[in-house]
Design a protein around this ligand. Structure first.
Ligand code: APR
Length: 249
């Protein structure tokens, strides 16, 4: 149970969600309860690793073997991770016809594992590897990671997780679909993102400029809270999204 003021916000959110086309924008915070660390803040990946070395395309090309140490660690966690109640609530929202699509910055595939059909992977997916030479794609499970970096079985080029690294463009289809969804929605549900990384961080503003109501769920205020969010529910996604779904029933 939430305090009365929070309960009222949950009700307000459910009421908005039931009334119009809803698109969710998710970030690392939604997968924290599945055991996947976020990037920023306490316990975040960037406390332990240098993003420039590990997750920029220049850093990766300079030293793929050392960047792969982190990516192998992430991949092992992601392969084992299961959707948590926040992912499951969004899956039920789609199944019941409330949610039109999810635009996710996450590369863990957990929305699909939860059952969502319409997921726009804005930053790719680490469970797929791409060859930097011939662009061949492989499911990560098919590639041996005992010696790093792994090499393409066909051309021996270096394989990279097929996630968008700093300095790389957003996949064209994902970008155009996300812009369309954000521009057309009546409600944008922003969950577990710091709102720092562009161009994803601009999608809630795009939605709002087109008249959407922006609901944000995060235990901490983000870069979007004061300037963009219309309704801020402060708390963990795995508690708040199931409560909203419960209210929708
Ligand atoms: N429920 C909801 N939100 C949470 C939870 C939780 N249980 N735990 C933490 N958060 C929030 C944090 O308060 C923070 O605002 O999740 C957010 C995580 O922020 P980031 O780590 O910056 O993740 P994200 O916004 O997805 O990062 C964007 O940065 O490095 C890149 O490509 C990477 O896609 C990623 C992008």
């Amino acid at each position: 149970m939430f305090p009365p003021e929070e309960q009222k916000k949950v009700k307000d959110a459910a009421q908005k969600i039931s009334a119009g086309k809803v698109v969710a924008l998710t970030g690392a915070g939604i997968s924290v309860a599945s055991g996947i660390m976020p990037f920023r803040g306490q316990g975040g990946l960037w406390e332990k690793y240098d993003p420039e070395e590990m997750a920029s395309i220049e850093g990766f090309r300079r030293n793929p073997g050392s960047a792969w140490v982190m990516h192998k660690e992430i991949l092992e966690i992601v392969e084992k991770a299961l959707p948590n109640p926040a992912h499951l609530a969004l899956a039920v929202m789609e199944e019941r016809g409330y949610l039109s699509s999810i635009i996710t910055q996450n590369v863990d595939g957990l929305h699909q594992k939860a059952g969502n059909q319409r997921v726009i992977e804005f930053h790719g997916n680490v469970r797929r590897l791409i060859c930097l030479e011939c662009s061949a794609l492989y499911p990560a499970g098919e590639i041996e990671l005992s010696s790093l970096p792994p090499l393409c079985p066909v051309c021996k080029g270096v394989l990279k997780p097929d996630a968008v690294f700093f300095g790389e463009p957003i996949p064209r289809n994902a970008l155009s679909q996300a812009h369309r969804e954000a521009g057309e929605c009546r409600v944008m549900l922003v969950v577990g993102t710091s709102g720092l990384v562009e161009p994803a961080a601009s999608l809630p503003l795009l939605a709002k400029s087109n008249g959407a109501f922006v609901i944000e769920v995060n235990p901490e205020p983000s870069y979007l809270t004061a300037s963009v969010s219309t309704l801020f529910l402060q708390g963990k996604a795995e508690k708040i999204l199931p409560a909203i779904m419960e209210d929708l029933r």
